[in-house]
Design a protein around this ligand. Structure first.
Ligand SMILES: NC(=O)c1ccc[n+]([C@@H]2O[C@H](COP(=O)([O-])OP(=O)(O)OC[C@H]3O[C@@H](n4cnc5c(N)ncnc54)[C@H](OP(=O)(O)O)[C@@H]3O)[C@@H](O)[C@H]2O)c1
Length: 285
């Protein structure tokens, strides 16, 4: 059995990975504060643990908050992966570094394959792009896995926030000119489990098939949770002021994974499955 070390094991993806590898690997799960990837001594701990594969699911994920704390965001998202990659190089481990669709400019109408040029805009996006480069500069045995619009069991994510807002207000206003790939964490975990068996290092886009606007995503969630009569009004991104302007169309294409036979279900099917376990109370009531 391979020894898999998951860092950031309490996050949405970290939990999905821990569940996915529970029975197929010797599993070690690290969480904060004991294991802080922004602390250079993390490298010593990794080298001592000697994993076969380290999966870094830890990150500063507060996109708007990063604008006010760029040094902290870079410490976690750029220096963290560097320390982990250095440790992997030292002990011969492979690293799976999780990154984001936000490393792309997200130009309207564009679809981003793994080979496209990155052009990160926000502090968060630049810190994640810096993490990709930092890891790649010290480690060959590296998988960079970009994901997008992630949701998982129990997480604080778009479906959870939209569902709570629907209950609170009885109506929703949702941005209809921002597009992405709604992606279920358990599908990403399953894809990563396949990927690490291939030893085909490089850049991957693991997102559920298809794409959607946030409005499409909210409407589908209301339909699946039997609240289709609740009014959902489409609005423009500029009517929903944020500290950062997210890329309008950072839609990823899984070309490299699909070429190896690693594909993820369509986002509508993934959401239906998620709703069956996470939103039981709405169904059939
Ligand atoms: N969520 C999305 O929509 C999305 C989209 C694209 C890409 N991604 C990327 O996907 C990955 C997983 O995201 P997620 O949604 O699972 O994130 P998440 O739920 O916010 O989990 C992130 C985890 O990282 C941990 N963490 C933060 N700073 C740390 C540090 N200095 N040392 C160690 N652990 C630290 C957090 O610990 P605590 O539990 O203590 O807070 C948390 O458990 C990240 O790389 C993220 O950038 C996410």
């Amino acid at each position: 059995m391979p020894h898999i070390l998951i860092v950031g094991a309490n996050g949405q993806l970290g939990q999905a990975l821990a569940a996915r590898f529970a029975s197929s690997a010797k599993l070690t799960c690290w969480t904060r504060p004991r294991y802080d990837i922004a602390d250079p001594s993390i490298a010593t701990a990794v080298a001592a643990a000697r994993p076969d594969v380290l999966i870094n699911a830890a990150a500063w994920t507060d996109v708007d908050g990063a604008e006010d704390a760029p040094n902290f965001a870079f410490a976690v998202n750029a220096l963290g992966p560097k320390y982990l990659a250095e440790a992997c190089a030292q002990c011969g481990a492979a690293l799976v570094q999780i990154s984001t669709n936000e490393v792309f400019a997200g130009v309207e109408g564009r679809f981003y394959h793994e080979y496209e040029q990155t052009a990160p805009g926000s502090v968060y996006a630049r810190s994640k792009a810096a993490g990709e480069h930092a890891a790649a500069s010290v480690l060959d045995r590296l998988y960079i896995v970009r994901v997008a619009w992630l949701y998982g069991a129990g997480g604080s994510n778009f479906p959870a926030k939209i569902s709570a807002a629907a209950d609170r207000h009885g109506a929703l206003r949702v941005v209809s000119d921002e597009y992405g790939n709604p992606t279920c964490a358990s599908d990403v975990a399953a894809a990563i489990a396949q990927l690490v068996e291939t030893q085909r290092f490089g850049v991957y886009h693991f997102v559920n098939e298809g794409f959607a606007s946030r409005y499409d995503w909210a409407v589908e969630l209301m339909r699946l949770t039997e609240r289709e009569s609740l009014p959902v009004t489409p609005i423009c991104a500029h009517d929903w002021p944020r500290k950062t302007a997210p890329p309008p169309h950072a839609v990823l294409v899984n070309q490299a994974g699909a070429a190896l036979g690693i594909t993820l279900p369509h986002w509508r099917d993934a959401l239906r499955k998620h709703v069956r376990t996470e939103y039981k109370r709405y169904i059939g009531s």
